[in-house]
Design a protein around this ligand. Sequence first.
Ligand SMILES: *Cc1c(COP(=O)(O)O)cnc(C)c1O
Length: 820
Amino acid sequence: MPNPDTAAPRDAEVLRDTILRKLTYDLGKSRTAARDRDWFMATALAVRDRIVDRWLEELRATYETGAKQVYYLSLEFLVGRLLRDCVSNLRLDPVVKEALASLGVDFEQVRQAEPDAALGNGGLGRLAACFMESLASLSIPAFGYGIRYEHGLFRQLVRDGWQREYPEDWLTFGNPWEYARPEIAHDIGFGGSVEAVPVSEVRMRHVWHPAETLQAVAYDTPVVGWRGVHVNTLRLWSARAIDPLKLDAFNYGDHVGALADRVRQESICKVLYPSDESPAGQELRLRQEYFFASAALQDLVRRHLRVYGDLRSLPDKVAIQLNDTHPAIAIAELMRICVDLHDIPWDEAWELTRNTFSYTNHTLLPEALESWPVPLMERLLPRHMQIIYLINAHHLDSVRSTHSDDGRLLASVSLIEEGHGRRVRMGNLAFIGSHKVNGVSALHTELMKQTVFRDFHTLAPGRVVNKTNGITFRRWLHQANPGLTSLVTETIGHRVLDDADALTALVPHADDAGFRARFAAVKRENKQALAKVIRSQLDLRVDPGALFDVQIKRIHEYKRQLLNVLEAVALYDAIRAQPMGNWVPRVKIFAGKAAASYHRAKLIIKLMHDVARVVNSDPTLRGALKLAFLPNYNVSLAEIIVPAADLSEQISTAGMEASGTGNMKLALNGALTIGTLDGANVEILEQVGADNIHIFGMTTGQVEARRAAGTRGAEAIAASPQLEEVLEAIESGVFSPDEPGRYRELVASLRGDDFFMVAADFDSYWAAQRAVDARWADTASWQRAAVLNTAHMGWFSSDRTIAEYAADIWQVPVGRRASR
Ligand SMILES: *Cc1c(COP(=O)(O)O)cnc(C)c1O
């Protein structure tokens, strides 16, 4: 690899010429008329050129060498912006900056003109994006398959403290990263009937005659790995009507009617379902799931047959990972392809299917487990419903043969849920159709074995494995925090860029006051940048010297933003009671979207704003406490907040957060965690050590016991005069004088069953926050802990996670890591 510094000047000239050519000939713009958005497009196209040869080469090589391919099926990819990702992974940073500078254009401004691709809701979608980057960086041949939503996750605006949703138009000005492949299209059927055609005296062939057929068309985005060594493909499907215009209707003058079918069919990829941890449950959602799962399966089967000629070798050459149950219908689809279209006998097809698929579970919340009404399934996917019944019959027969007639067990492991309205359980289908099923943190995997998949785990011990989530350090450290990255490489060498485990070499430097000061200076600079954003967005001044206390994630009751707000009110009361006390100045920073239909979550956002209005304008506090809610949380906003955080709030009710990845991003960037023993927090504790994290609250077992005992929140509140005072203020309208009863019901739920243990954990949380204050007051101790957090986070690289999937689930080799 040439030294980027000396290579820059000439290379920069070449790149400058390419950018200008793209601007002129691809965009038809002159230099003088070009705006940031045009410069972004031109730059992206120029950078993309440098990926294409390697990409095409890679695809060809995979077939020639017969390498096994990984297919990652996910209804969500929360990609964010890509320019800095590509530039940085190609090691072109100085070249691009210089090329743009010579045109009088600022790279940072150009970078920010890129729309944030939000084809996902939160953690699950962001995991898929981090995995795509790590797959490429580890040189594992892979495709990501998903949907090219025209409108990604809604844009969040806040008016008077209330969230409002607006459509996100990320494609309006074109997407320079993607290649449209109108020639790569697969027919996707819905509805209709199934005909049984005898093919011999003993065999029938089932022929599905869909009532309606549309096409899935491919759009490919190259995903370049670290140092540009390997490039994979993210293939997103868009819907296209086969008969776009009913000509006869059109000719009769019914211009709107002629387009109606097309509009209906193409609606399939119009919007991402904006739900998080709750089922979407509607027909269009099932259509989306089948649409992309079928397109993916047809695509990979066609590719496999072209190269190997026989489906029987599929499990040797293909590994399909289901990211949650959303694509689980793919299991029935592969069975249909094998049995109906390729005459493979059922048992052989089932064996082959199970050896090909594996499934990642993301939630234990019963209300979030997907199931579809049988009548809907029968109407929309009649052949798949038959196949699911047949899979179920074989499955239950086999259970019966080993467990006689245990009715409870059979009912629990059946693919069909009986009771009011029969439903297909997608989790059960995904489980039995996969050779490995994984949870996303050690605790979550254990709980999976004890709860949702308890019976399955007994039937198939060894199938459930753990793969603790990870994050790509390229985006979440190198790109988001260049200051810290420079400090780290200067201190322990460049090897850390290729090997996250090398971060542990920072450990001894935690005791070096000089290093700690430089570490703190980087943090300070990042906090100044965030303070600027807060000022410009909220017209609020915050002191970069204050403790930046950050909770950024989807707004959900189990994530307990409410607990954080209650603590803010309690702190506010305490400071006012003792205004001359020695308070640690704090800025509580929130960001997150609530699902549009999740009223309680939206009310919590409103409460944050109501409390912020009172607290931020109270002069007696003298800046000891500020609250800031930054609207429209997305990957790009996270990239600004994460490097600036001192404290990371990971305070979910124990047992309810499957893993979390926000917790990893923040700790990696030197924030201390205040958190419960939930999800990957448990493993963060193991890695960073109990001295460098603030753990509080009930454990999973205690939560379970308290719920079982039916203990009411009122009991905990009665024992905590401080909490009582906070709740009285909120429920009586102190923060909502315009509508005093606004929070009455919310507070009543805390006095009632307190399902999320907000009241029950309050005192413990308060105490942990005061321990945080005490540590902050001891600067050396805080900075030491911050350094040790960064130093011990190497294990949470998604490279480690992907290497584990490769070895234990996919049986694919991890390619040579790029070395310098
Ligand atoms: C990392 C990330 C998440 C996941 O955050 P959690 O705290 O793990 O829930 C959600 N949204 C965005 C934009 C992210 O970057």
